[in-house]
Design a protein around this ligand. Structure first.
Ligand code: NAD
Length: 703
């Protein structure tokens, strides 16, 4: 329900915004504000007006769901609401608590006076969506908090507590008690003293060395922003605030806003914002479903993953019973956990005392019995079906009914794991990424028999521990690893065709990937893939599995951990140094297959590797493994270093045009010697391309 309460208190009209969850300025609320202001303005008994929020805060700003729709321009738009407030003949006071963001701050700046609670969070986060505050924020904020502070807030988009802004002209008072009373007190004082509206636009900016400062800021910000146009545009807007009269600066802000709004980078960032929200909705399960309470958890296995998973839980205050097979493994796991906090201790982001408190939440044990009363267990033991069988059979015997039994398996069939128990409805996959305490991504794997409330509980738990969760169906590699396998294969083909690891990595890093595929492989360790290929070669003797990486492994080059892989590494350093020995290995690999190296261009590298990803993503969406194409983007952005300014592989495909992607794939598939099954466009991609549609349009994706 969108509401605005109009209440008269003496000579003051109190307008309370009531549009949960954060009073965002959708069209309806904008209309209500303008109507209420007109009513207060027309009432001769009203001498001052207070605008106050309800619930979580003053206002979260523009309603992002209206972005790009006619509603966002429909009258009254945010600009006219702000104008109406600023032009009001009676003083308007903003009373700010909780969240005050974006358009919420701009509205408060258009008010004549402002009172805030000390813990109100003030932020102009537009830059995070690739835009800038477009309703006067860049012009009014420096007039009240100074250029430097305004620049920091606008360029970073980060929230600042009102307390930290005490003493600036942003606030006329910081409320020590009840906010409404403080605002009413201020209103009564204004009336008594006959003080009328005071407009921020009329304030002068006094900064003698502003020009030099802004030039310096521009250079620094541009350097840090890389491919993102919004941060330097924010500095441009502030320059205008300093150099131009208000109206001219305001116009400049508008121009910059419109340009940014039309930029592909902003479109990508807005897509991600919506996609993250969409990811938490589960097909066929109402958002209102009751979830199971998770108060205590268990983790089985204190290795690389079990340790990181334990940290994720204790960081959120959840007690963990950590089970291992031997005292030695348990001690090693606990020591690793403690060591992983060393960086945070050094940086001061955690105190010794807090750390001990957190570690105190772990109950280490060599027994399964202490797991009896936990609400959820995550299994993170060796990747072996036989071992997982033993663990799940034991968990089924011990753990109370109604608890959730989760596996962190990367490659094993979750449905088979669920069958090891008599309660497959309570079994789910929680595929954390390494390092699990750092990586935000979590693939929540929905088995054939996983109950709705098991799934909804896992999604809610992900939020509690600060992860971004995406639902995946059961398949080899789930969403992310299934895609990265294709990407790796495409990169390997190019290696065999004539490129070198350093050329392929450089091209993809220039495209924006955080790391090229060979550097990534060296980091992850080449021996893991080697073991899988050996297993598969034994299972399918007629298929070719050999890979340059196998020869590297045979030579003891497992990647960074052994000081060499596709590159060599100096002791203690992580720089990937091209190695002539690797070039020789690749040349021998080609010779053995009668392949003559050909030139490979950077464009070909990007097309083949990225389009291979997209093609697999299309299959994953069509098979229903991912619920929507934007979920695939979220996985790839958060787990595999895809550049955010390209919005994820599926959004990137949409922006390139599916017809172009499909035609390129068909051309590669038709080339002599090509693996046609690999390269032929996935049926969904081919169909959408033919219909002139996008992945985003396919079954109500996030955007
Ligand atoms: P790891 O070898 O580092 O740790 C496994 C731990 O499990 C060892 O400490 C071992 O002592 C313990 N263990 C073995 N059997 C046990 C049992 N019956 N009871 C209790 N503890 C037992 O392995 P890891 O890399 O942490 O991987 C664990 C799981 O996570 C695997 O299923 C793996 O596929 C999956 N995974 C790994 C990664 C990764 O990047 N390493 C990423 C995602 C998922």
């Amino acid at each position: 329900m969108i509401n605005l309460d109009f209440e008269i208190s003496g000579a003051v009209a109190v307008l309370r915004l009531d549009s949960p969850p954060v009073n965002s300025f959708g069209l309806e609320l904008r209309r209500l504000i303008v109507d209420a202001l007109a009513r207060a303005e027309a009432d001769p008994a009203v001498k001052a007006i207070v605008l106050i929020g309800s619930g979580k805060g003053f206002s979260g700003g523009a309603d992002i769901r209206e972005f790009g729709t006619p509603k966002s321009f429909a009258a009254p738009n945010l600009h006219s609401v702000l104008r109406t407030i600023e032009d009001c003949s009676k003083p308007v006071i903003a009373a700010i608590h909780g969240v005050c963001m974006g358009g919420g701050v701009e509205l408060a700046l258009a008010c004549h006076y402002r009172v805030a609670t000390s813990d109100a969070q003030i932020a102009l986060p537009e830059v995070k969506l690739g835009i800038l505050p477009g309703a006067g924020g860049t012009q009014r904020l420096p007039r009240v908090v100074g250029v430097e502070r305004a620049l920091n807030m606008i360029v970073s988009g980060n929230p600042v507590r009102a307390e930290q802004l005490r003493g600036t002209a942003l606030f006329d008072a910081i409320a020590s008690g009840d906010l409404r009373s403080a605002a009413l007190d201020l209103a009564r004082t204004l009336i008594a003293e006959g003080r009328g509206p005071k407009r921020v636009r009329d304030l002068k900016i006094n900064m003698p060395d502003a020009e030099a400062y802004l030039q310096f800021a521009h250079n620094t910000v541009k350097g840090l922003a890389g491919p993102y146009p919004a941060p330097p545009a924010c500095v441009e807007a502030l320059k205008a605030a300093v150099k131009e009269p208000f109206e001219a600066g305001f116009k400049r802000e508008r121009q910059l806003f419109v340009t940014l709004m039309a930029s592909p980078e902003s479109a990508a960032l807005r897509h991600i914002f919506q996609a993250e929200r969409a990811a938490s909705h589960i097909d066929g399960i109402p958002d209102s479903i009751a979830t199971r309470p998770i108060k205590r958890v268990g983790v089985v296995g204190a290795g690389t993953m079990g340790g990181g998973i334990t940290m994720s839980f204790i960081n959120a205050g959840l007690p963990v019973t950590l089970v291992e097979t031997t005292q030695e493994a348990l001690d090693r796991g606990l020591a690793n956990i403690r060591r992983n906090y060393a960086g945070a201790l050094r940086k001061g982001s955690i105190t010794e005392e807090r750390l001990e408190q957190r570690l105190g939440l772990i109950t280490p044990t060599l027994q399964y019995e202490p797991l009896r009363d936990v609400d959820l267990v995550v299994e993170a033991v060796f990747e072996s079906m036989e071992i997982k069988r033993k663990v799940f059979e034991r968990l089924d015997e011990i753990v109370k009914q109604g608890a959730i039994l989760a596996s962190n398996t990367s490659t094993l069939n979750l449905d088979a794991i669920a069958q090891f128990t008599k309660r497959p409805q309570d079994v789910i996959g929680l595929h954390f990424f390494s390092p699990a305490n750092v990586m935000r991504l979590l693939e929540v794997v929905r088995g054939a028999k996983t109950a709705s409330d098991t799934l909804a509980t896992a999604m809610a738990l992900a939020k509690t521990i600060g992860k971004i969760a995406v639902v995946s169906g059961v398949c080899d590699g789930f969403i992310g690893n299934r895609m990265v396998a294709r990407y790796g294969m495409a990169a390997h083909d190019l290696l065999v065709a004539g490129a070198l690891p350093q050329q392929i990595d450089a091209a993809l890093q220039k495209f924006g990937m955080a790391m090229g595929p060979f550097r990534m492989a060296d980091l992850a360790g080449l021996d893991i893939g080697w073991a899988i290929r050996k297993r598969r070669a034994a299972e399918f003797p007629n298929q070719e599995f050999s890979n340059v990486a196998d020869i590297l492994c045979e030579a003891g080059r497992f990647g960074q951990k052994t000081g060499s892989g596709f590159y060599r590494y100096e002791a203690g350093a992580r720089d990937a140094i091209p190695d002539p020995a690797v070039t020789a290995i690749i040349e021998r690999f080609r010779e053995a297959r009668g392949i003559v190296a050909r030139p490979v261009s950077d464009t070909e590298i990007i097309e083949r590797c990225v389009y291979a990803l997209i093609n697999e993503g299309a299959r994953i969406v069509e098979e229903g493994i991912a619920q929507r194409s934007s979920d695939v983007d979220i996985v790839y952005l958060n787990g595999y270093g895809f550049p955010a300014y390209r919005g994820g592989p599926m959004f990137y495909a949409d922006s390139v045009g599916l017809i172009t992607v499909a035609r390129t794939l068909s051309r590669i598939a038709a080339a002599p010697g090509a693996d046609a099954a690999f390269w032929t466009p996935a049926p969904l991609l081919a169909r959408l391309a033919q219909e002139g549609k996008t992945f985003s349009e396919f079954r109500g994706s996030a955007t």
